[in-house]
Write a new protein. Structure first.
Lengths: 514, 514
């Protein structure tokens, strides 16, 4: 029997899964690495630490699979988006990997937003105007670190670096290339204007290939450590966003995939490039006739984590002593409060926000407090607020792609049936929860099968997906959410006027050592 | 030795104090009574229950004073404002007493605000446009309870009813009369137009007298129960607002008196009637050349009580077990957070607000939340938000009366040195805390002495006031509050647009039986 490794290089860890060619799982491994934040604006990772994590994750799953007949025929790659590394002419890193969370190019994004050029670039490349984009990071290097900019022979992302290190091949597949903001989304080629603006030439960038591109050439030393054959195929794969969308089965145009993990995202495939006139959504090519449109959202489960720690610290301690899952406890507390939280509305922008606001200064708020409101109301309002925000991104998506045919949702939030039901009630739509949580690795594995000619229709991924659970909206509570949602949306606009002021205050006066 | 009783008929209880003529206290008593809220808009009290409370409070203090030589020579009255009772021709109540908190005339206040007549009446009478005002309550009775309106031979407040019941004398002093919205504040006579609008005639109202008006005539039965002589003087006294201002020593024009108890108020005396062009403040005559300008604020300590119960319920229970004052504990928790609460801003309008918004639909909010904010930040933000609100009323007062010469503050909040210091820092002004907490009764006693010719200068009340504590503003934190205050004020305006919507939601959907 033959095996395929699906590997997902995330921001906090790399997950590897090993499958047989029928999609059965034989082993999982998860290897973490640190984020370097020497200054508040910085969010870097060490490319070689991540490379080593991929080595040991694969080593672990290969050992777990305990392969006696057959072999690993392919390794297929999912990865975080928007990372940037400068390499010298010998491919030696001149920088760490600047992750999507690195904000040092904020100034350039702000400038481009203001003078309209950001909007022009967005229309060409599909990358929203935000410091996460390698396009803006290159402007930062060019202006503020010219010695590195001048010395850089190549500019790559973490996935390209890792694959190069394994094989000596420098390639970039189109979905990841699109996430740099340097790819023209119509031609699927490097965008001339984007290159001109950043002062980078095509020669400094990897060769562009399809997501199903495959090649051999792993260096013996790594094949040996991992315990696989030297003629294993590397399959390029795609971005984690694209693959997790495929991996929950949201293949058809108009089928929405929503993920709520630490962060969150709303995505759907369309058949040709579509830009949002308000630049709230990205759009990038993934495969022939498949463009991913979506909004990345900072404030997903991490906001519930905040409420968990900051509002219910004492109870969480108690839950630990009692060996109760403290997030289950929060859901139970939230369930004591009626839908709509008796008119308490929460905006979840604790850490600034990407979609739908694209405002790093955004902050959270509670609105509508009266004397009957308790912490139980707050926790329910937090869960509802996260959903209102996702719904507002979905509204933007609807403007671009029309009414959704189906809504598929995945991520840690789905461990709470209350929260998932809330989603159905707020979205007024059936919510389908696929069984598998490892959608990114699953889709990477499936792409490998397509690359190897073992599958030819993306839709067929569904046969590996296990059974689904469907949550149906509850008519009784529609009216509540329909009354609150317009207030939430209007407030979003009004509050946004004060975000810059309060964020400036917090930068100036917060005593970080407290 | 002779004695004087100062009695304060409050909304939740009546407090009586007995003094000798040198101002020494010989006894205190406090008698509570229920508030009737058969519907959410209703807030009534039983006039005879209150009368009985005054009897037993006085009985108790007289007993405590254990008078062997001399006698009680005067009873002087402070009382809650804006109450309204309909009496039939035999002075029998046709209604309970509608307190200031009764909102049934909301519709009429809203109508008068909209069509501009409320503003005209405010300019004549000094009563802000709000359902608390007997003027608006009369419109309610006339339109919605015509049988009572037609049957009513007299319309009085709770103080007038009580004094009538003791003595058979129906008088009303000008400060209380002004609080009805039926008194012309320039002439200090019943206002012709106000009478015309409400359809009430002068004959239906008590005789207008000065605050130092005195007379005898207590019925034997009551004198006997209380244990005093039949020739005791009744001294009219004034509203609780006026007397507590006098009682903290804020006599001179431009000296501010701030009270933060359950509710709160900012007040100052001026020498001639002054109206606020934006109708945020009341203005009424108290004595010759003394007009009280001020703003009544719903959201005082009651908001801290909410945070105490709703955000720190668990800790409060623990504090009780440990015999620690749980409000002291809250102050200690708030003190762990720096001034400005790391950029968290709270609007305290949990229960709607009178000054400065005059919006019964107003609600509370937290703004500026980031992941570092905890419940400790929330509690400090609550304390700061209550102060920001008081400061915003003070700003309105400054527009009308100029820079304050001094700021005197009293009420339960002053038990927290942290909170009092916060006031000095936010107001950027010395805050003077008088020793005595019973300022209303003290001033009632002093008015009696003036009525009896034993004092002639209001300023001399200071000799009965004990020593003061002064809190000086801390320069180091000015910049923080100066940055946050404008954001607070701008947000007040923006949020106010959504108050009606959220309050409507809460009225429609709050499950009150939960
Ligand atoms: N029992 C539970 N009920 C509700 N929510 C939960 C529960 N357990 C975890 N969560 C939420 O799920 C989140 C984690 O989700 P998940 O495991 O998908 O995260 P992740 O993979 O780190 O995120 P990302 O997809 O953004 O990288 C937590 O932030 C938490 O808020
Ligand atoms: N130790 C304390 N520290 C801070 N605030 C306090 C403390 N004790 C009571 N308070 C506040 O004082 C308010 C009561 O003030 P008080 O003047 O006694 O009330 P009232 O207006 O009912 O006469 C309470 O609502 C509470 O918020």
């Amino acid at each position: 029997m033959d095996y395929i490794i699906g590997i997902d290089v995330g921001t906090t860890s790399t997950k590897a899964l090993i499958y047989d060619t029928d999609g059965n799982i034989y082993g999982k491994a998860n290897k973490g690495y640190p984020l370097y934040q020497d200054t508040p604006d910085m969010a870097e990772e060490d490319p070689d630490e991540i490379f080593n994590a991929t080595v040991s994750a694969m080593q672990e799953v290969v050992a777990k699979a305990n392969i006696t007949d057959g072999k690993v025929i392919a390794i297929s790659w999912s990865a975080q988006q928007h990372s940037l590394i400068a390499l010298d002419k010998d491919f030696k890193p001149l920088t760490r990997s600047l992750t999507w969370a690195d904000n040092r190019s904020q100034k350039y994004a702000a400038e481009y937003k203001k003078n309209g050029r950001g909007m022009e670039m967005y229309k060409r490349t599909g990358l929203p105007i935000h410091p996460m984009g390698p396009f803006y990071k290159l402007l930062y290097f060019r202006n503020e670190q010219p010695e590195i900019f001048d010395q850089a022979a190549y500019w790559v992302g973490i996935k390209e670096y890792i694959i190069w290190k394994y094989t000596g091949v420098l390639k970039e597949e189109i979905s990841m290339a699109a996430a740099t903001g340097l790819l023209n989304m119509n031609s699927a080629q490097w965008d001339e204007e984007a290159l001109k603006e950043t002062g980078v030439t095509e020669k400094q960038l990897p060769e562009l290939v399809d997501t199903t591109d495959k090649f051999k050439g792993i260096k013996s030393e790594y094949a040996k450590i991992i315990g696989i054959d030297k003629d294993v195929y590397f399959v390029m794969g795609a971005t984690d966003g694209a693959l997790s969308t495929i991996g929950v089965g949201a293949i058809q145009t108009g089928v929405l995939a929503i993920n709520i993990g630490t962060s969150a995202a709303v995505r759907t495939f369309v058949d040709k490039p579509r830009v949002d006139p308000k630049a709230r959504l990205y759009c990038y090519p993934v495969m022939k006739g498949k463009y991913l449109v979506g909004g990345p959202i900072n404030n997903g489960g991490i906001v519930l984590n905040w409420a968990h720690d900051s509002l219910f610290g004492g109870e969480v301690e108690a839950a630990k002593l009692l060996h109760i899952d403290s997030y289950d406890m929060l859901s139970k507390i939230a369930a004591t409060v009626p839908a709509g939280s008796d008119g308490l509305i929460f905006h979840p922008y604790l850490g600034g926000e990407r979609a739908p606001l694209w405002d790093a200064n955004a902050r959270g708020s509670f609105f509508g407090l009266n004397r009957k409101h308790t912490r139980a109301h707050m926790i329910r309002a937090v869960m509802e607020g996260i959903m209102y925000n996702l719904y507002s991104v979905t509204l933007a998506l609807k403007e671009v792609t029309g009414e959704p045919k189906a809504v598929l949702a995945a991520g840690g939030f789905a461990r709470s049936t209350l929260w998932t039901q809330m989603m159905a009630d707020i979205f007024e739509h059936d919510i389908v929860i696929p069984e598998s949580y490892e959608s990114g690795s699953l889709a990477a594995m499936f792409l490998a099968k397509m690359a190897l000619g073992m599958e030819d229709n993306l839709e067929d991924i569904k046969k590996y997906m296990g059974k689904e659970t469907v949550y149906k909206p509850n008519q009784d509570v529609f009216k509540r959410y329909r009354t609150l949602m317009p207030i939430y949306l209007r407030l979003s606009r009004d509050l946004s006027k004060e975000y810059e002021g309060i964020a400036d205050y917090q930068r100036e006066f917060t005593d970080n050592d407290k």
